[in-house]
Every structure is written in structure tokens, then in C-alpha cells.
Design a protein around this ligand. Structure first.
Ligand SMILES: NC(=O)c1ccc[n+]([C@@H]2O[C@H](COP(=O)([O-])OP(=O)(O)OC[C@H]3O[C@@H](n4cnc5c(N)ncnc54)[C@H](OP(=O)(O)O)[C@@H]3O)[C@@H](O)[C@H]2O)c1
Length: 257
């Protein structure tokens, strides 16, 4: 029987490429997203067994629906890629509080809810690999995306802590820190009038996903997703003071109109 992987946010961007990479390695893939596109995953990944789940992870029912699909397989997960996420651009003074609370639900609360199920199943079986998509934004203040960066910092720290706890159960946890990546992400975040509105200079999501999968299969604690410039930026972020990083980030993320 093939091995089983769960990928959240599989309907587009980095998550689709993670699903594609796992399918190419022979995994059966449970792919999660909210849009109709998720239903088309089996056609987009021919030759693989793909089980689409259209579910909103910000609701407990959505998490239940995903988990019911995992349990219906009658075998444990070998890989879980907790990847679904979003951002929200704009000045904190102007952005809508409800939108921000929803972002926290998606980027933090839903990840914790799903991780609870995943780690318990993997610990019982004493094997498994977890890939948690964080961001390079976890390593810098993110003015004009003021809630997003902290959600990714949460996931980075969560992944590192969980990794240590899960070591004795033979389960590895890897954080993926993509740099800016050419997906629908910044458009959905309403950041068209910023440097991030232009996808032409960003990383290829296929490259980001392949770095994530390589890092996960090597059992690394984290991996930077992107090209040489992105990896250099990750190193520089370790050295620069927070205030300087904040000013630099604001230059890219502040809307120009
Ligand atoms: N793009 C970047 O520059 C960048 C950089 C660093 C980190 N990241 C991280 O990478 C991850 C993936 O982002 P991406 O760039 O691939 O963005 P994307 O193209 O916008 O994809 C986001 C995915 O998340 C799914 N999703 C959104 N809300 C959901 C919900 N409530 N329930 C279930 N699924 C939901 C979407 O599904 P539907 O479309 O079907 O709704 C979609 O498949 C995120 O965690 C993000 O923080 C991205």
C-alpha cells in the first residue's frame, strides 16, 4: 500500500507544489482547500491517488471533516504538510479587526487544532514527518502586514518546540521558511500596490516546495524556501537589529497609493 500524505492549502501555490512533489514520490495525497479548485486536484495530478477535501480549516467542523477523511483511509499519515495560510496587507490603523482575527484563526488556531490530531496519531505509531510552512517573515518585523509576520513567527517557534518533543517518538518536524513566492498570496492579501504586488521577481513555488520536501525528508529542523538571494536574506536577518529590519520591510510592504 502507498504511503499517505496530508497537504493543507493544496489547491494553489506552494501547497499544490508540495502535493505534486509528494505524489511524484508515490504518496497518496489528501489535499485540502476551500475553493472549488480543490475538487480538480485529481485531474491536475494524474497518475497519483489524490483525495480532495473541500473544507474551511478556520472552523472546528472543517478540521473534523479533514480528520474524518484521514481516518476513513484506515491507515496512519506518513507525512503531514500544514501549509494553508494567508496574509492581510495595510496599515494596522486601517485594517479591519475581524479580518485580523480571522487571519489568526487560519494561520495559528487552525494549525494548532490540526497539529494536535496529527502528532497524537504519529506518536502512537512512532513514526511520521511533519512539514510546517512558516515564512522568512518569521525572522523580521512585518509592518504593513503587522499580524501576518507574528503568525509565521508563532509557527516557526511552534515547529521547533514540537520537533524536540516528538524526537523521542521518532517523528520529525521541519519548518519551511519561504521567501516571497509567486503565488496568489499577496494578491489575496490586498497588496497589489506594494513591491509584493509584482510576482515577477519572486521565488518559483515549485522551487520553494522542493526545498521544503528535501528538508523534511532529510529531517532538518528548518529550511529556507527559495533562491540564493532568499537564503542570503535569511542569514542577514539573523544579524540586523529589529528596528532596521522593520524599516526595510516597511519600504516593500507600505502601499504606494
Ligand atoms: N507566497 C509567499 O510569498 C509566501 C511567503 C512565505 C510564506 N508563505 C506561506 O506559504 C503558505 C501557502 O501560501 P501560498 O503562497 O501558496 O498562497 P496561496 O496561493 O494563496 O495558497 C493558499 C492556500 O491555502 C488555502 N486556504 C486558504 N484559506 C483556507 C481555509 N480557511 N481553509 C483551508 N484552506 C485554506 C487555499 O485554498 P483555496 O484557494 O482553495 O481557498 C490555498 O490552497 C502560507 O502559509 C503562507 O503563509 C507564502
Amino acid at each position: 500500500m502507498s504511503m499517505l500524505a496530508l497537504v493543507t492549502g493544496a489547491s494553489s501555490g506552494i501547497g499544490f507544489r508540495l502535493a505534486e512533489g509528494l505524489a511524484a514520490r508515490g504518496y497518496d495525497v489528501i489535499g485540502v482547500g476551500t475553493s472549488e479548485r480543490v475538487e480538480g486536484l485529481p485531474e491536475r495530478l494524474p497518475g497519483a491517488r489524490v483525495i480532495p477535501v473541500r473544507a474551511d480549516l478556520t472552523t472546528p467542523e472543517g478540521i473534523d471533516q479533514v480528520w474524518a477523511t484521514v481516518e476513513a483511509e484506515g491507515r496512519p499519515l506518513d507525512v503531514a504538510a500544514l501549509n494553508a495560510g494567508a496574509s492581510l496587507g495595510g496599515a494596522f490603523l486601517d485594517t479591519d479587526l475581524e479580518d485580523e482575527l480571522h487571519l489568526l484563526d487560519l494561520n495559528v488556531v487552525s494549525q494548532v487544532r490540526l497539529a494536535k490530531r496529527v502528532v497524537r496519531q504519529m506518536a502512537d505509531r512512532r513514526s511520521g514527518r511533519i512539514l510546517i510552512t512558516s515564512s522568512l517573515s518569521a525572522t523580521t518585523p512585518t509592518p504593513y502586514e503587522s499580524i501576518y509576520g507574528p503568525t509565521r513567527a508563532f509557527m516557526y517557534s511552534f515547529a521547533q518546540g514540537l520537533r524536540e518533543e516528538m524526537r523521542e517518538y521518532g517523528v520529525s518536524v521541519t519548518a519551511l521558511l519561504p521567501g516571497a513566492t509567486a503565488t496568489e498570496f499577496h494578491d489575496r492579501a490586498g497588496m497589489q500596490a506594494t513591491k509584493f504586488g509584482d510576482n515577477s521577481w519572486k521565488n518559483d513555488p515549485a522551487l520553494v516546495a522542493s526545498r521544503g520536501l528535501e528538508g523534511m525528508f532529510e529531517g532538518r529542523d528548518h529550511v529556507v524556501g527559495g533562491d540564493a538571494g532568499t537564503r542570503r536574506a535569511a542569514l542577514v536577518n539573523k544579524l540586523l537589529p529589529e528596528e532596521r529590519k522593520a524599516r526595510r520591510f516597511a519600504r516593500g510592504a507600505k502601499p504606494t497609493r
